[in-house]
Design a protein around this ligand. Structure first.
Ligand SMILES: C[S@@+](CC[C@H](N)C(=O)[O-])C[C@H]1O[C@@H](n2cnc3c(N)ncnc32)[C@H](O)[C@@H]1O
Length: 217
């Protein structure tokens, strides 16, 4: 059953404020409470912002996840705190080195130094029929990345993507950029919900979608 927050994500009090939190080792200087839960900073995490805005991401907890654009692990560490096997793809060596440290206390987190535009280079490592594809890659061609990685998703799996307008086109109106990205995404996905994340992240659009069946395309 899908709940408002996945199992393993709770609202807890830090310094007199209610904040999202997951149980795990701190990663980016966030506070941890005496029960071992650490605050999840929505200002530093698009997925955190989506949960903070009350979006229904279809996450119950314990999902298998492919996370694209892991950077040094700010968000994917929280994902690994509440999810099952979590494959984290990042193509920049420096943040991937930090990510290896983040994975040390998280046996379900598997960092991969790979290019998300070339899923065939990690298809032998990542399981198929995954529950969830989370994407936050700051690159041109974000819809293409989501379409290429659709192969890993179960037919009832979810795409949860944060689309950054400025990575596609720095000059155009973000609304026009998002329309173009959504049009391309519809080639392989049924859109469930979209929401601007500007309260936390300028010029970003959250997209929740499910794969379209082959005969519906
Ligand atoms: C906005 S940052 C991700 C932040 C991270 N998701 C978080 O919330 O902690 C975008 C990341 O995407 C990575 N990236 C961009 N293009 C990529 C590609 N083709 N394959 C893998 N990673 C990519 C960048 O190196 C960068 O670390």
């Amino acid at each position: 059953m899908t709940r408002d927050l996945p199992a393993g994500v709770e609202r807890r009090r830090f310094d007199g404020r209610d904040r999202l939190a997951t149980p795990g080792e701190p990663v980016y200087g966030e506070p941890q409470d005496e029960d071992g839960w650490r605050a999840w900073d929505a200002g530093r995490s698009k997925l955190g912002a989506m949960l903070e805005l009350g979006m229904d991401l279809g996450l119950a907890g314990d999902e298998s996840v492919l996370y694209l654009g892991a950077a040094s692990g700010t968000t994917v560490s929280h994902v690994a705190d509440f999810a099952g096997p979590t494959y984290a793809v990042e193509f920049a060596p420096r943040p991937t080195r930090d990510l290896l440290g983040v994975a040390a206390s998280r046996p379900n987190l598997f960092p991969l130094l790979k290019d998300a535009r070339a899923p065939e280079t990690y298809a032998h490592v990542v399981e198929s029929d995954l529950d969830c594809l989370v994407q936050d890659v700051a690159t041109r061609g974000q819809a293409t990345v989501a379409l290429r990685n659709r192969r890993f998703l179960a037919s009832d799996g979810r795409l949860i993507a944060a689309i950054k307008a400025r990575s596609e086109d720095v000059l155009s109106d973000p609304a026009d950029v998002f329309e173009g990205v959504l049009e391309e995404l519809r080639e392989g996905y049924e859109l469930i919900e979209t929401r601007r994340l500007d309260r936390f992240h300028d010029d970003h659009l959250a997209v929740v979608a499910e794969p379209r069946s082959a005969d519906a395309r």
